[in-house]
Design a protein around this ligand. Sequence first.
Ligand code: AMP
Length: 438
Amino acid sequence: MTFKDLNLIEPILEALREENYTSPTPIQEKAIPILLEGKDLLGCAQTGTGKTAAFSIPIIQRLYLSHKPAKRQEIKALVLTPTRELAIQVEENMAAYSRHTPIKHTVIYGGVPQKRQTNILRNGVDILVATPGRLLDLIQQGFISLKHIEYFVLDEADRMLDMGFVHDIKRIIPMLPKKRQTLFFSATMPKTIARLADSMLNQPEKVEVTPASSTVDTIDQSIYFLDKKDKNDLLLDLLKDKTMESILVFARTKHGSNKIVKVLNAAKIKAEAIHGNKSQNARQLALNNFKAGSTRVLVATDIAARGIDVDSLSHVINYELPNVPETYVHRIGRTGRAGRTGIAISFCEREELPYLKDIHKVIKKTIPVVSDHDYVDEALERHAASGDIGKAKGPKPGAKPGRRPGAKPSQGKKPQQGRNPRKPQSNNKPRRDSNREN
Ligand code: AMP
């Protein structure tokens, strides 16, 4: 199937050619025809599946075909996203796909002065991409009216709720015209999300591309068992591999991500952190440097990393495992996007074993273990293997012969056996609050 088969108009086809999109992804194939017909859509899809284009292209096409120049306050399409980074990226995609049309678009988000945003709004836009807080703020100040909305997209609804935006959303929905086309996207579909979707959608068509709990098949996943204190050394070792070009490292806390950046910088590895304590400008700058390739490693917390869309991201490293297993799926979905292969490496220390077990349950497979590295905690590895955690047998298909990344020549440190005689405290799980940055 080609984009032409989806009956897209030439200005959009031209833009897609310029983006080097050769064929639609499964969600695009399924969602675009439904949306072009004007139906509501309930989409269950992870990032990395091409869902942004799946909702942006039909909106641009329909606006183009009925186009009247945008009047002040007559916003026709609203896309709500949970984070600023995601909002910016959605708008970048909108800009790319609509570049041969007269459709006007802008993005608004908090944490920066509003003047630039309100100036653009004053000139009139067709499509508005927004985070909930700033949207409500500008509505209250009279800069925005939602009275003319014809297309409403709620993107990453599960994250929206996780981040506590439910009240904002419930305030926004009644401001929208009843007659509208609604598109609702979520990577996971627990009951609360399904109920919210139900309250907003009108006889929606359902599209599901990857079941929420499965991980993208093209991603090569592996796990390293080690002691917590060895994580920095292993990370530095792994990064000696120059084929690791653009690496997103996940840490659980803001403080933790700053510490990792310090360690990397001290080893002359260009790294930057993005998390909620950084100003919006600092975060955007770090993201731009990473996209441009001048920063090799970006260290992020889960919240800050939402929606990061970097085409050439080669590796995701989970310096710490997330305590919410679905977050693992979200994290590794940052690599291996839209059919490309990616590599996801996870570090697991004793305390994190329960998280790993939860992750295996959610992804319905066991992540292969890498043992031939200098920091292996063999006792932990044996313990993990004695549970339902399997061990990779021999090198993985396609693996180069010789050392795995992170393994040192034999004069290196000896694997330490029998450390940590403590029993893992699998029934003593920390609170499940990884979506809050601490
Ligand atoms: P998304 O799931 O919307 O975050 O998109 C993931 C990545 O896939 C983005 O970098 C898009 O630019 C890219 N992408 C989306 N659709 C296609 C396509 N049909 N062909 C190639 N790349 C695509």
